[in-house]
Design a protein around this ligand. Structure first.
Ligand code: DGJ
Length: 344
């Protein structure tokens, strides 16, 4: 067996917070020793490409579709904006202010796991569609909002804003053009159905979207989860028939306490559990943010937490931590360990 890991190719300094090289791939037979498989998806030098150098490309994930025999990569994209947006000069890219208003899910496909991946395009999921849950409430709220023809540009006061987000203001604002998709993850269930989970609605509310059978688009089925809960950095796993989600709070690049949740169906209802991290530095998730949960090879029911340690001032120095997950009842628990082994 072989394992593959995909990640943003980082550069030194703040340039590394933007993608100037692409998505890097490594492989391993034992999860300890890694082989560099090179750049799986390359950033493009055509200034009109959606993945021109300097685009923000975050959290790429790859899944295999047995029906089409293709490897499918989804990623979070933020297009370049401003007067230098068409320049491929590194000095311009470096100076450009990061802009997170695009919030699109990008798609690339390959015949081989290591690539080359062909960039297909990007989209905002499920334009013009209501979720499986809370659709009636949203429709009623839409009717109420539409009494004011300028409702989309209405300035909301802080307390009003919070209530409006919970009720789905940003959802309805983006209804026609599609839902925002920022921090994202992919999850393939035992029945081969795949899902994209993402921070949506100005990050206030999490969405879980079912992919179509090719994994290259959306089936139209989705749910809103934790309205107004501000979950970022999602990672799903399944244990004993239950679905678990790790996530973080929303504090930019700075680490915060981890979050966990459980559900009997991917569609919820999702129940928020406690911070899975325990002991010293649990309030910073041991200086990390969830990125993936890896089922332990050959040990059903055992999982590894994978977290990113962002260092936005010198992005290339961002590292991973991997720690085993244990359970106390339904609560996943992660303790700091200076050293541990997958075989134990
Ligand atoms: C938090 C997210 O989890 C990261 O992936 C990244 O988008 C930063 N925000 C940017 O500030």
């Amino acid at each position: 067996e072989k394992y593959y890991i995909f990640g943003e190719h980082k550069m030194g300094g703040t340039l590394g917070n933007k993608a100037v090289v692409g998505v890097h791939c490594y492989s391993s037979k034992d999860l300890y020793n890694w082989t560099d498989e090179g750049i799986a998806l390359k950033m493009q030098s055509d200034p009109n490409s959606e993945i021109v150098l300097g685009t923000i490309l975050e959290r790429p994930k790859v899944i295999y579709n047995p029906k089409t025999k293709k490897y499918v990569m989804w990623m979070h994209l933020e297009f370049r904006k401003g007067p230098t947006a068409k320049s491929t000069d590194i000095a311009d890219i470096l100076k450009e202010k990061p802009d997170y208003s695009t919030a699109r899910a990008g798609l690339a496909v390959a015949d081989k796991i290591t690539g080359p991946y062909k960039y297909i395009g990007s989209l905002r999921p499920n334009a013009g569609k209501y979720p499986l849950n809370c659709a009636e409430e949203l429709k009623a709220y839409k009717a109420e909002l539409e009494k004011d023809p300028n409702w989309k540009s209405k300035k909301l006061k802080k307390d009003e804003y919070k209530k409006a987000m919970i009720k789905g203001f940003a959802f309805l604002r983006d209804f026609d053009k599609g839902q925002m998709s920022r921090d994202m993850t992919l999850f393939v269930d035992d029945d081969s159905k795949a899902y994209l989970g993402c921070a949506s609605e100005d990050n206030s509310t999490f969405h879980i979207h079912e992919l179509n059978s090719d994994y290259t688009g959306f089936s139209g089925k989705f749910v809103r989860v934790f309205p107004g809960g501000y979950h970022e950095a999602p990672a799903f796993f399944k244990k004993g028939g239950k679905y678990y989600m790790f996530s973080s709070h929303c504090t930019g690049w700075a680490p915060n306490p981890g979050r966990s949740a459980v559900a009997s169906s991917i569609w919820g209802p999702w129940k928020e559990l406690a911070n899975p991290f325990v002991g010293a530095d649990s309030e910073t998730s041991f200086h990390s943010q969830s990125t993936y949960v890896l089922p332990v090879p050959g040990k059903p029911g055992q999982f590894i937490y994978m977290g990113d340690r962002w260092t936005p001032k010198n992005a290339i120095d961002g590292r991973y931590i991997w720690l085993p997950i244990r359970f106390e009842g339904e609560q996943p628990v992660i303790e700091w360990l200076d050293e541990w082994g997958i075989e134990n």
